[in-house]
Design a protein around this ligand. Structure first.
Ligand code: TYD
Ligand code: MG
Length: 449
């Protein structure tokens, strides 16, 4: 008997390999490769072939946006929903994907637009109970509990909804492929057929995708290239705050964030995130610094905390949440070499308060100051705000949009702002005392000497 051909696929990013490998060369994930049988596609309907069209003849009308009515959601989408677009929403199980999408379905379905919510995970009764809890009452909203893709597509072409929600894309399977539901080929095929349907019928499609650490189901990353917009939930289930971040957007800016709070009756939008991120800040504690981070189109102020303690034995530990560990290691090395702060025999822990993740180099000054402040036991004045990138030479480098960051600080009652020297020329003080620093030495001189 002829053996079926097979290959190995990374469940996290979809990278393929003829042999099993322990670590993915593309995304770096360990143990994520699984064997998949080569699939033979069932012959589909003949495709109509595309023709070239003159640029002037193409209408851009379909780009009119429809605000969903949850302003933090509209923000991450780039100012509202583009009808006929495909949005992928990823996140850990239990973070609030189904909750948010049911709220969105409720809002869309309470208007003229017929909305179809397909769940492959929960029964209709479970969804109804959640809808009651969320206060969703939408005459235009229909629910379907189904996993079979062919059946879902048949229902969609029958119901012709304006918006379609698939919860989750990993539970949907097609019979034309032999691999198990949740495998890379199933997830890709399902998303591909649903996307094609959405584009053809001008349906706004939302795909929910679970992220799992163990790689037992294919991660949403394998779908990122197929969809228009990719949003990921950040934050952890133990905290009330959830951050929805735009990773990709064909219709708007990326790196935009929406901030939500998980409440009894669903996700509530947080209009002024800086305020809530700073609400519980302890006064006069060494190791706390506030930075102004630019997230998409708005600045958000967040507190960075550091704890530095002598190593008991062995190699010093460096642990971080919300900032890149390598970045912290780099900043610690700069402190050692350029500012004479001996940290090689210290454990260092750095945490961003509120579940936010900072990837912007402008947070460097905050990380660095929190570490020095805790190491020296010298609190940073509570009304001082910081931002700036630190280079390997110990120089403080300019960052984008300093004025917007400063303004947010002024709004929240900060009195002094430490900024890169180069930014000083282009900003109006806005009622704050603006202090420019050119190097890490300058900074330490101002804050700790
Ligand atoms: P859910 O949307 O089911 O997560 P996901 O679809 O991403 O797996 O969210 C589940 C969590 O949210 C669960 O821990 C309960 C909590 N929750 C609330 O706190 N309030 C609510 O109104 C709802 C619906 C859920
Ligand atoms: Mg869910």
């Amino acid at each position: 008997m002829a053996k079926t051909k097979s290959h190995f696929v990374c469940q996290s990013c979809g990278q393929q390999s003829p042999r099993w490998v322990g670590r993915c060369t593309d995304c770096g994930e360990w143990n994520s490769f699984v064997e998949e049988a080569e699939t033979r596609r069932a012959p589909g309907a003949p495709r109509t072939l595309a023709r070239p069209v003159s640029l002037n003849e193409i209408s851009t009308q379909h780009d009119d946006r429809v605000p969903i009515g949850i302003s933090e959601m509209d923000r991450v989408l780039g100012g509202g929903l583009v009808p006929g677009s495909v949005t992928l929403i990823g996140g850990d199980p239990g973070i609030g994907k189904s909750t948010l999408l049911l709220q969105i379905a409720g809002l869309l379905g309470s208007r003229e637009a017929p909305t179809l919510y397909v769940s492959g995970e929960e029964s209709l009764r479970q969804i109804k109970l959640r809808a009651d809890r969320l206060g969703v009452e939408a005459p235009g909203l229909t629910l379907l509990a189904e996993n079979a893709l062919e059946h879902i597509l048949a229902i969609v072409s029958d119901v012709r909804p304006a918006a379609l929600i698939i919860d989750s894309v990993q539970t949907v399977y097609t019979e034309s492929i032999h691999s198990a539901p949740g495998s890379v080929s199933q997830v890709r095929e399902a998303a591909g057929l649903l996307t094609a349907m959405a584009k053809k019928e001008n349906i706004s499609l939302f795909l929910i995708g679970h992220v799992t650490k163990d790689g037992s189901i294919a991660g949403p990353r394998v779908l990122e290239h197929m969809v228009d917009t990719v949003l990921y939930f950040e934050g952890d289930r133990g905290h009330a705050y959830r951050i929805l971040r735009t990773i990709k957007n064909r219709f708007g800016s990326t790196q935009e964030v929406g901030v939500f709070q998980m409440k009894e009756n669903g996700l509530a939008e947080v209009a002024n995130p800086s305020e809530i991120f700073l609400a519980e800040r302890p006064a006069d504690v060494a190791g706390s610094a506030v930075v102004a981070s630019q997230e998409g189109t708005r600045p958000i102020l967040v507190e960075i905390q550091a704890l530095v303690c002598p190593v008991e034995f062995g190699v010093p530990r460096r642990m971080t949440t919300g900032v890149d560990k390598n970045r912290v290691n780099l900043l610690v090395a700069v402190l050692e070499k350029r500012a004479g702060t001996p940290l090689s025999s210290q454990d260092i822990f750095v945490n961003v308060v509120g579940g936010m993740t900072l990837s912007e180099p402008a947070a460097d000054l905050g990380i660095l100051c929190a570490v020095v402040s805790n190491y020296r036991g010298r609190p940073i004045d509570a009304k001082t705000l910081l931002f700036g990138e630190v280079g390997l030479g110990g120089e403080v480098r300019a960052v984008t949009r300093p004025q917007a960051r400063l303004r947010e600080g002024a709004k929240l009652g900060f009195q002094r702002c430490i900024v890169p020297q180069r930014c000083c020329e282009e900003i109006e003080p806005d009622g704050l005392e603006v202090v420019g620093v050119a190097s890490v030495d300058d900074l330490i001189e101002i804050l700790f000497v």
